[in-house]
Design a binder for this molecule. Structure first.
Ligand SMILES: [Zn+2]
Length: 217
């Protein structure tokens, strides 16, 4: 059965681009998606290319870009929780674990998407994954949703085995790219010097891999 209620917990506006194809597919299948974006990415070094943001305007610009991106994907609920960008690991973990847990009890998602702890590459990614997994651990096994983690480290396959959730999102790749481009202040940085027409990049965008997190109990 396809998940009908999905909770996404990621730290930065634009992280959702990594799994945009998966989310587009779920949205098309009628899933109700809530996305908690922990920060506004206000410490991002990229201010647009050419620059059109500054330190003062960047948070609001990124909030608007986030909503534009989520609109294209089909995410119905977006929440910005306002944690400090680049320092999620130094926030009061207990407070946010409790908030995430409360959200799970309220929404009762059947699927949670977040970063796989230890494989996020960025400390904020790992912190978001760790807090989300910890919130889930505190639920009883019966009320615990399935969690699919994003693993970005080069050695993820060696440590976790091959991804057990592989989505071919070829059908949604254009929509996915439009969603990523909605992050106007960031996307050139995300794609580097390449373009979206680069065949290698397109091939990369067509497949999204996720790892199911297994709890001990
Ligand atoms: Zn990120």
């Amino acid at each position: 059965m396809e998940p009908n209620t999905i909770l996404v917990v990621l730290p930065h506006p634009d992280d959702e681009g990594i799994i945009a194809g998966t989310l587009i597919q779920y949205a098309k299948q009628g899933a109700e998606i809530t996305y908690i974006c922990l920060t506004l990415g206000e410490m991002g070094r990229n201010l647009g290319m050419p620059p059109f943001a500054n330190r003062v305007t960047l948070p609001e610009i990124r909030r608007q870009e986030l909503h534009a991106c989520c609109g294209i994907i089909g995410i119905q609920q977006v929440e910005s929780w306002g944690l400090m960008d680049k320092t999620v690991e130094f926030e009061d973990q207990e407070l946010w674990i409790q908030r995430i847990m409360d959200k799970m009890k309220e929404l009762k998602p059947s699927l949670v998407l977040t970063f796989y702890p230890g494989h996020g590459v960025h400390p904020d990614h790992d912190a978001a994954g760790r807090m989300t997994i910890e919130a889930m651990r505190r639920l009883s096994p019966e009320e615990r949703p399935v969690v699919h983690g994003i693993a970005m480290t080069a050695h993820a396959k060696d440590l976790l085995g091959p991804a057990d959730v592989v989505h071919d999102v070829t059908a949604y790749v254009e929509q996915k790219i439009r969603a990523i481009q909605a992050h106007k202040s960031q996307f050139q940085l995300l794609i580097g010097n390449g373009s979206f027409e680069d065949p290698k990049r397109l091939a990369h965008y067509r497949t999204e891999r996720l790892w199911t997190y297994r709890f001990d109990d």
